[in-house]
Design a binder for this molecule. Structure first.
Ligand SMILES: C[S@@+](CC[C@H](N)C(=O)[O-])C[C@H]1O[C@@H](n2cnc3c(N)ncnc32)[C@H](O)[C@@H]1O
Length: 243
């Protein structure tokens, strides 16, 4: 089981899925992924200042269009470690976003990001492939790279608590999606893996606790009855703990 959280394993999985990921993301969430992306970005205060924003586990750049609308004058950085995802996102950056994003090809768990450098951190659907130890490292990084009072928002597909939703959702993600994956999108096993990660991830409650332990003020967010959950909040200023 530990093997599925090894960076090399995760990287290979996303490299293999890079051709079909965007379509599959849309299908697996019944189109909700688009709504959820807008909603999780709206957890952050809009700004037309020249702030610095980083999109972590940025994949194919699925969040970028929404981010540029939310922060029209920001300087953008994106980070991902899967070669194929990065390569395709570079093309999207050039063709659709006027090269506004500086794309870093790095593992977030061994990153070279400067401390206290970012006003905003976003991350969509990049939490489930981390185990607890790695989430702890991620929280430390978020704390380190955010400026005081800097904000963050994360979202991830989750297991809804209501049984009426859980069982059909589980059936859909664990059985139907791999079949769709086989016929339309490539390798069914890759998409079966996504359910396994979701099953282990459960929801963002554990992530909330880990982030709170790392001096971050955290709010738990639920999207469409818990089919996705996330966290949003702020870095508590070093010399001002009364936020
Ligand atoms: C499920 S995709 C999400 C992509 C995109 N953010 C979205 O909204 O659809 C997860 C991405 O996280 C990246 N990733 C996973 N672990 C990573 C790590 N340790 N460092 C950098 N990127 C990572 C993968 O390569 C993949 O592109």
């Amino acid at each position: 089981m530990r093997e599925i959280y090894e960076p090399e394993f995760v990287k290979k999985l996303f490299n293999q899925m890079s051709n079909s990921y965007e379509r599959m993301n849309f299908i697996t969430s019944f189109g909700f992924s688009i709504i959820w992306r807008k909603q999780f970005i709206r957890k952050l205060k809009k700004s037309d200042q020249e702030i610095k924003v980083i999109d972590l586990m940025s994949g194919l750049g699925e969040n970028w269009e929404y981010l540029t609308k939310h922060y029209p004058n920001a300087n953008f950085v994106a980070l991902d470690f899967a070669d194929e995802m990065v390569e395709k996102s570079r093309r999207k950056n050039l063709r659709q976003l006027g090269n506004r994003f500086k794309i870093l090809h790095q593992n977030i768990l061994e990153n070279k990001l400067k401390s206290q450098d970012f006003d905003i951190i976003t991350c969509a659907f990049g939490l489930k492939t981390f185990n607890e130890e790695q989430l702890e490292l991620l929280a430390k990084t978020v704390n380190r790279i955010l400026k005081d009072e800097g904000e963050f928002s994360f979202i991830e597909i989750s297991k809804p608590k209501a049984k009426i939703l859980f069982f059909p959702y589980k059936f859909y993600l664990s059985k139907i999606i791999p079949i769709l994956g086989k016929f339309f999108l490539g390798n069914p096993n890759d998409y079966r893996m996504l359910w396994l990660y979701t099953e282990n991830f459960d929801n963002s409650q554990k992530v909330k606790e880990i982030f709170e332990r790392n001096n971050l003020r955290v709010k738990y967010d639920s999207y469409f009855f818990g089919c996705a959950t996330g966290i949003s909040g702020k870095k508590i200023a070093t010399n001002n703990n009364n936020l």
